[in-house]
Design a protein. Structure first.
Length: 100
């Protein structure tokens, strides 16, 4: 639903359609998204029109980018350590004759 809303406003019926769900089920999903601050709904007559609220998504994206950098750095350090360990093991396996 959020992906659909990223390209523009949608009614609850439009949000429900790709998922073969009822209006009531889609409305419940939208209420959860509203409670999370991710969607804003306005009612025009009988239509419930939803739009995305990007600010909370931007905050989540920033949080994820921090941890992506953190884990990338951790994995890079682990990779360097394993390469150094493998190089040290390769040197120790060589016989004195191999080193001539």
């Amino acid at each position: 639903m959020l992906r659909s809303l990223a390209s523009g406003q949608r009614t609850i019926g439009e949000l429900a359609a790709p998922f073969s769900m009822s209006f009531a089920a889609a409305s419940k999903h939208v209420r959860v998204l509203e409670a999370a601050g991710l969607v804003r709904r306005k009612i025009e007559g009988r239509s419930h029109i939803c739009r995305i609220e990007p600010a909370p998504l931007a905050a989540a994206s920033e949080w994820l980018r921090f941890y992506e950098r953190f884990w990338t750095d951790q994995f890079d350090a682990l990779d360097a350590m394993l390469k150094a360990e493998n190089a040290a093991q390769s040197l120790s396996k060589k016989t004195p004759h191999d080193q001539d």
